[in-house]
Design a protein around this ligand. Sequence first.
Ligand code: NAD
Length: 485
Amino acid sequence: MSDLLKLANLIDGRLISPQNGQWLDVFEPATAQRYADCPDSDAADIDAAVAAATRAYPAWSAAPVAERARLLERIADRIEVRLEEFAQAESRDSGKPVALARRLDIPRAVSNLRFFATAITQFSSESHAMDGGAINYTLRQPLGTVACISPWNLPLYLFTWKIAPALAAGNTVVAKPSEVTPLTAWMFAQACIDAGLPPGVLNIVHGTGARTGQALIAHPGIKAISFTGSTRVGAAIASATAPRFIKTSLEMGGKNPTLVFADWEASEANWSTLLRSAFSNQGQICLCGSRILVERAVYEPFKSAFVERVRALRVGDPQDPANDLGAVVSRTHFDKVMGHLALAREEGGTILCGGEAVHPQGRCADGWFIAPTLIEGLGADSRTNQEEIFGPVATLIPFDGEDEAVALANATNYGLAASVWTTNLKRAHRVAARLESGIVWINCWLKRDLRTPFGGVKQSGVGREGGIDALRFFTEPKNVCVDLE
Ligand code: NAD
């Protein structure tokens, strides 16, 4: 018998195979070995999922808020008791260090569910009294059946970040996880069944973007789409759905700047945050700072100290707690990142450290590992400094003064996140206000309060997730005007 795991879709409360009997290979990035079959679903499975969600909608949208909140909490409980199993699965599926999945990905998935279970109980709307003797109040009603589409870099973390507010607000959901990392979404489906989520409320359909994703966004039963992924696919979704005027929230790519001023506090804790901000999850976090702008007065000493620290990072088996970086997510992505390293050399960049594949000993010898890489000597308009690489690669760029720092930071088509490092309080606020970015961290990175608006500007995004913004996205406002005269 084969040892391959056979994953399944969740449709109408049951774990089932795709109707066409077709499967996709799933690989473990650390070993390059195939270990699971994932449904290669098509329009027939999407039809069945949307039909189940549509049937479930009247009861779910009318269920008391406390009941919906209780079910989200119960799903969270089921993940929490299996946290280690989920962390191991996330690491195996994506190549990330298991320690990272244990510390970040899975606890955050649990928090997403608990956060929106509570947030929905606090969700309120406005009323507007008119001088002339009328009162308006705004109803916030769920939309119907919505689509949630997520990427591979933070699989369960981002999957639940969309599903939790959609369900809390009373919608039913058809969700499509990335075909590259489907494992924890499949485990999540079982957790939902175990928690007693009514059939059809959440449906999870696996498959490729081109087939499953395309069928989902084209389905007339879908009332809104929450998407996280690349700018290329976000643009395709925006243009495909525009004629139907359905709501979309698009969270897309980034080319985030890290601004280091000469007066920054070079403490060990701050160096360590800078390292994380560039290389966490092998640089495959949309919020990673991939362009490090350093004030010229400290550029050379900063460079030597940073290069030394980057060289000390350990790359290898994601199971080994001594390793800081694991494998990148797939062979295709490995080739893409290596292609960017070749391009950086062609463009005249100097590789200060890294720049090559890593071949660990033992079970990970064939895995897709890349050394953390720093590059200098490239202009702001080089392709290396313009295109999202989404790997363990960052560039160093010197600047003179605040104006040039802001100009360089803003000199891309993206605008997701930025971090600013300075001990000058006034400068920190001035620069934050001038950055074209949805999120700015001052002297920190990836500190996340789930109540805050999350998202980007320019080609990084349209719309905001998180807190009240997510609940507003997943509801339709309706104004009711009552004459009091
Ligand atoms: P991707 O755009 O290739 O895929 C994302 C999801 O969309 C996957 O589930 C995929 O199957 C699906 N998809 C692909 N084509 C589709 C189509 N035509 N119709 C419908 N669905 C389709 O992105 P990826 O490679 O999985 O993820 C990496 C990207 O995600 C990076 O650009 C990264 O910056 C971005 N990202 C952004 C954020 C954010 O919050 N802004 C967070 C994480 C990742």
